[in-house]
Design a protein around this ligand. Structure first.
Ligand SMILES: [Zn+2]
Length: 483
């Protein structure tokens, strides 16, 4: 009798709770890279969280039929420069639910967060920008809307001890404003001495936050090779104890990408917290008036003028055009064809490599990175399993992000209690469509995208006038709000 009452009670409880879901994703192939779950399940979403994952039927105000589709954690892009709505829209079609500016960082964290509050399609956040802090201290603040300094005294000169103190002070302010890490584009400030780099890493270690870095140089010319540049930042991590994330190993190490990966592997084997990422394209992109193109760039990177493409006009550069753009105070970004397909194809499947887009308008990686991995490496070349691809695109970046905020523990997972940031896609058809000619073509194959429990892509179409994206904040801001 008692058993019967208990069963009746449980049955009633089940019915009551079943009615409470805001959304159910029904009958999809639910994949969670942390636990390895890969099974047909129903997913119940309530109050922005994944409330239930079950083989039992669940009912809700809205039921989405996901049979034949993969239901996975929304992708987390640690490296996204363009933060405007047009870029967020193409990111959403690429399966991305969180896109953070961690490599360089927004020049002003407070302004960045304020501008996005209530107006963001997907989750956002930023590192504190070392290059912006340095420019500011040198009296050459970055022009509005730009993130990289034009080459000049602020990028090329050594800083005095007073200037370094002021840079550190500015970075502290930015971390207190909610910066998730220190973003350090060392190649954009070649005047930074090794000692200055160590000072910045020391600050990160003190604040228990990671350094995301674009290393000092790329190529094989010594001194200043990719190998030397990786050694510099791994050394700084070892000396200071700061966690280190090396961005786009593909474009910073080019032909030596595999050697650079083995260096990361070696550092990790000796207990250092060093991680890395890549994007699946043979070209990079950056500001043509930045220090990346200071004299000697052809020899360093093994490329020439015609390897540079100006997306605004579609032209390949000549010496004359390059000089004009390089000397301009207006920031033009150029696509840089500097890598080979063979290298990229070896880098992307490497188990140490997370996927991150380095997205900015003008390069197809902004819109196509994640679908391209699923189409080319999972489906066509079959060099990555679907689960491992999901791991590289959601769980690994979430784990990296846990070094910056405990909120990341609820991301990158398709588990009960996790944030309802979910991508529902067709693994048989998902495809990137952005090209170097048409870099903003959205990917196809994402049927539904759920951001914090809100449907942003519904039956393959973006839902107008919803802005479910929320800020991810570093501990400086979290402790400030708790005071
Ligand atoms: Zn970079």
């Amino acid at each position: 009798m008692r058993k019967l009452i208990l069963s009746l009670f449980l049955l009633a409880a089940t019915f009551a709770s079943a009615q409470q879901y805001d959304l159910v994703l029904e009958g999809g192939r639910v994949m969670d890279p942390e636990t390895g779950l890969d099974a047909i399940r129903n997913v119940g979403v309530r109050d922005g969280k994944i409330a239930r994952i079950s083989s039992e039927p669940l009912t809700a105000r809205r039921t989405v039929h996901a049979a034949g589709l993969v239901v996975a954690p929304g992708f987390i892009d640690l490296h996204q420069h363009a933060q405007d709505l047009a870029s967020q829209r193409v990111k959403a079609f690429d399966g991305v639910t969180t896109a953070l500016e961690m490599e360089i960082g927004a020049p002003d964290v407070t302004q960045f967060l304020k501008a996005k509050e209530g107006r963001s399609l997907i989750h956002y956040g930023t590192a504190a920008s070392y290059v912006a802090a340095r420019s500011l201290v040198f009296g050459a603040p970055l022009p509005a809307g730009t993130i990289l300094p034009k080459t000049g005294p602020a990028t090329d000169q050594h800083a005095t001890p007073e200037q370094i103190a002021a840079i550190l002070q500015r970075l502290c302010t930015e971390l207190d404003a909610g910066g998730l890490a220190i973003g350090m584009g060392i190649q954009y400030t070649p005047g930074a001495t090794r000692s200055e780099v160590l000072d910045i890493f020391h600050l990160a270690a003190e604040r228990r936050l990671p350094v995301y870095t674009h290393i000092r140089s790329a190529g094989r010319v010594e001194p200043g090779s990719s190998i030397e540049s990786i050694s510099e930042v791994i050394g700084a991590a070892a000396i200071t104890g700061a966690s280190l994330h090396i961005v786009h190993v593909n474009s910073s190490c080019l032909r030596d990408s595999l050697e650079c990966l083995s260096m990361v592997e070696g550092a990790r084997a000796r207990g250092l917290d060093v991680t890395t990422e890549a994007y699946p394209y043979i070209a990079g992109m950056t500001a043509v008036n930045s220090a990346v193109f200071s004299p000697g760039w052809q020899e360093r990177m093994g490329i020439t003028y015609s390897d540079l493409l100006l997306p605004e006009t579609g032209e390949r550069l000549t010496k004359e055009r390059f000089d004009e753009l390089h000397n301009s105070t207006i920031e033009h970004w150029v696509v840089v064809f500097g890598n080979s397909q063979e290298i990229v194809d070896k880098v992307i499947p490497n188990p140490l490599v997370m996927i991150a887009s380095d997205g900015a308008e003008g390069h197809p990686r902004n819109a196509g990175t994640y679908s391209r991995v699923l189409a080319q490496y999972v489906r066509e070349k079959q060099t990555i399993t679907l689960m491992n691809a999901l791991r590289k695109m959601s769980f690994m970046p979430a784990e990296m992000l846990e070094r910056s905020t405990p909120a990341a523990r609820q991301k990158g997972r398709l588990q009960e209690g996790a944030d309802a940031d979910i991508v529902v896609f067709d693994p048989a058809t998902i495809t990137d469509r952005a090209t170097f000619d048409k870099p903003m073509e959205p990917s196809t194959g994402v049927h539904f995208l759920v951001v914090a429990g809100t449907i942003l892509i519904d039956e393959g179409k973006i839902v107008p006038n919803v802005f479910p994206g929320q800020a991810l904040l570093g501990p400086g801001k979290l402790s400030a709000t708790h005071n």
